[in-house]
Design a protein around this ligand. Sequence first.
Ligand SMILES: NC(=O)c1ccc[n+]([C@@H]2O[C@H](COP(=O)([O-])OP(=O)(O)OC[C@H]3O[C@@H](n4cnc5c(N)ncnc54)[C@H](OP(=O)(O)O)[C@@H]3O)[C@@H](O)[C@H]2O)c1
Length: 289
Amino acid sequence: MRWLIAGARGMLGQDLVTRVLRDGHDLVAVDRDAIDITDPASVAQIVRDVDVVVNTAAFTAVDAAETKEDVAFTVNATGPEILARRCAAIGARFVHVSTDYVFGGEATSPYAENGLLDPKGAYGRTKAAGEWAVRCNTDDYLIVRTAWLYGAHGKCFPRTMRDLSEERETLRGVTDEVGQPTWAVDVADLIVRLIDEKAPTGVYHGTSSGQTSWHAFAREIMASIGKDPGIVEETTAASFNQPAPRPHYSVLGHDALERIGVTPIGNWKERWAVACETVLGRRQAPAAE
Ligand SMILES: NC(=O)c1ccc[n+]([C@@H]2O[C@H](COP(=O)([O-])OP(=O)(O)OC[C@H]3O[C@@H](n4cnc5c(N)ncnc54)[C@H](OP(=O)(O)O)[C@@H]3O)[C@@H](O)[C@H]2O)c1
């Protein structure tokens, strides 16, 4: 099978490249220097003779999107629209990666795959528009929503907390945001499994199981590097005064995966125990666990 990954140098893209190559597939791995997903001519030139196209490219700067919503919209909505149309034209399956930010973050039980979209900020609005653009332009798609992503490539919460713990005696962790810390390697593995299983067109949630707060996750990170978890003090999201609103509740349900017999990603704490050495740079990145 021949795959194309757009956004191949991003955090998820790099782990997906490793995973797809491990299975011996042909792969076209492209990032912004080789493809501009917002340009139909560029997409038509690069996306050809492939069976599966995965879009991990995105405008992911959540706070910057508040003041650059037009730029974010072009990448996060027009880009997937162009890719979806191209996939429909050449008969390729399209896997598009989306986010928990499409939801309002005010629920008290896990969001269902068909839950109503209610984004609170610019980034979420543009990603929600991207989902609809995909649905409108191809019949053969998988929208995979992930959240609280961490990985060995690029900036992520565990490495930031580890680095801060080397400079400061105490850290602060938010208690009023709850979600599912998710390893990019696990999302890559899920995408491959969905393609292997010929999953029906639809929306799937690619997050770890269980739930936690940033505060509890930070404590877990400290424990895994041999530091006292007690150095992480409790705070609330309001104390950070960030430009973009963050969902308070970002827990995604996995019923759609269970319905088609694809095992969801495991519990966040167990997966962090497997991931931590790789993510914190003390072990070679695996192709998948
Ligand atoms: N990170 C998270 O916590 C998180 C949470 C939920 C969902 N997601 C979703 O997961 C997916 C992957 O996220 P990530 O964190 O791996 O992203 P990332 O590290 O920011 O990588 C995105 C990649 O897309 C490239 N790109 C941007 N605009 C492009 C364009 N017009 N044409 C081609 N490539 C372009 C970027 O290149 P440049 O670096 O040159 O801009 C970058 O290499 C995204 O859809 C994101 O919305 C992420």
